[in-house]
Design a protein around this ligand. Sequence first.
Ligand code: NAD
Ligand code: TYD
Length: 341
Amino acid sequence: MSRKKILVTGGAGFIGGNFVQYMVDKYPQYDIYNMDLLTYAGDLTKHKYIETKDNYFFIKADIADRETILELFKKEQFDYVVHFAAESHVDRSITDPGIFVQTNVLGTQVLLDSSRAVEVTKFVHVSTDEVYGELDFDPDTFFTEETPLQPNSPYSASKASSDLLVRAYHETYGLPVNITRCSNNYGPYHFPEKLIPLTISRVLNDQKVPVYGDGKNIRDWLHVIDHCAAIDLVLHEGVNGEVYNVGGHNEKTNLEVVKTIIKTLDKSKELIEFVKDRLGHDKRYAIDPTKLEGLGWQPTYTFETGIAQTIQWYLDNKEWWEQIISGDYQNYFEKQYSINK
Ligand code: NAD
Ligand code: TYD
């Protein structure tokens, strides 16, 4: 029997990167192809230890480059596609929405067409709970797979658009797809523009941590490894055409998250700086994962165990995030946070 080929798009980024490592280790019988454009968010140094493995391959390409992508699919005949590649940062989508449409919508359509052309066995589209919009602070309300899509940011609107295309390719052409919608991830190799790694890196450098608005917005945090396990399960067991929400009931206000990190690192709360709120800032996200649990998924980390592991990882891997925050990131930070003053 020939070896299965799994294409992972965006495998140089945070979640895709963790997923590539997870799959290369877990499935020596699969060939894992990491395809990534290596934008500001992509970095291959994280894959040093798998680069020498026989079942790992890297391809540099833009998912929105139709000709190249179609040619690649025809040459490699991928069996499975797990699609992470995206512009992923809400703040960047507020200042520059165009690239979000280009990559997240057009790029997804190119991948769907290419997947159709070679008749893949499964296309897993990794989406976000942010497509559902926001919840109010009533702790008994959750996003289910039936919640209507009401995206509020250019980022979530571009993801919702791509979700609808994925759905349409299933309904119209019978493409075997699944859509996963996950809550906020955290863990190793998280790019330090997002709340948790930004807070850890700044607190470790005794720098102020910008908290938007009153810090009371709520996010539902999931450790990236629990997300990887969920996608692996959906890839193998997901019913074609179905959507699966991924989340582990770990709701925290932003202020609680920042205070936990400061306390764990034994630093002063004086580092917290309240800044102007994000435009269109969603109040609360919270996932009902019942459907995925029905496939046999359970998270292994609580927020408490996961954040402790993550902080320790950032302490042990300073060279990784220091190389990132010493480059273009400084310009991004100056520009972004002058808006929030
Ligand atoms: P990330 O920004 O860390 O990584 C994105 C990767 O995609 C990078 O390696 C980048 O180089 C690559 N990429 C960007 N444009 C590309 C293009 N045109 N062609 C090929 N590669 C390109 O993102 P992430 O946090 O790892 O998120 C991965 C996916 O998961 C995204 O689709 C995101 O919407 C979704 N998601 C993220 C979260 C979260 O909390 N981070 C939660 C739910 C869903
Ligand atoms: P973020 O990590 O950008 O993820 P998302 O916007 O996809 O939820 O932000 C998480 C929460 O933290 C969100 O409510 C915005 C807030 N936040 C801050 O208060 N300060 C910051 O510097 C950042 C990046 C985010």
